[in-house]
Design a protein around this ligand. Structure first.
Ligand SMILES: [Zn+2]
Length: 170
């Protein structure tokens, strides 16, 4: 949920930036210095507004990456009906501290690897899901694919805005 809020925040930022750049470009065309100054007030300069656009572009790219990673996990899950155990990160083991004391010597702390209690050492957890859940997950996978397309489009728009501000694409 925290992740979703961050995505939302970054997309809102992208929208705000696009609005500002479009208004700024219009003000440049109209040769209205007052409007330009007002629009740039929050960013400092056209160069800094451009920098904010570059940063926004990389944030959108990261969101795209992370959504695609989650989606491949979901697609994988639909095939195997197994998920990586979140407790041991798929390792199947966990570290446990044991305290042992030999006669006469001070207590010693030993780290021992034991089977992860959540997945019982398998590193994966199997799930049984019904048809309704399966249909929902498939819908979610398709939704994520459209989201990927929307993000692609936003990234292209953002790059065009950077060009409009006189910067090069790369
Ligand atoms: Zn585990």
């Amino acid at each position: 949920m925290e992740e979703v809020n961050r995505y939302k925040q970054q997309l809102e930022e992208a929208k705000k930036l696009s609005d500002t750049v479009l208004k700024y470009s219009k003000a440049v065309r109209e040769k209205s210095t007052t409007k330009q100054v007002l629009l740039l007030r929050q960013y400092g300069s056209a160069k800094k507004l451009q920098k904010a656009c570059y940063e926004c572009c990389s944030k959108l790219n990261r969101i795209k990456q992370s959504i695609n990673e989650s989606n491949s996990k979901l697609e994988q899950f639909m095939i195997s009906k197994e998920m990586q155990c979140s407790k041991c990160w798929g390792l199947g083991t966990e570290q446990k501290a044991l305290y042992v004391r030999d006669r006469g010597s001070p207590e010693q702390r030993i780290i021992q690897a034991i089977d992860c209690p959540a997945c019982k050492g398998k590193g994966k957890i199997s799930y049984q899901i019904n048809e309704e859940s399966e249909a929902l997950i498939r819908q979610l996978i398709e939704f994520c694919k459209s989201l990927d397309f929307i993000l692609d489009t936003s990234i292209v728009c953002m790059r065009n805005l950077i060009k409009a501000l006189g910067g090069d694409d790369e």
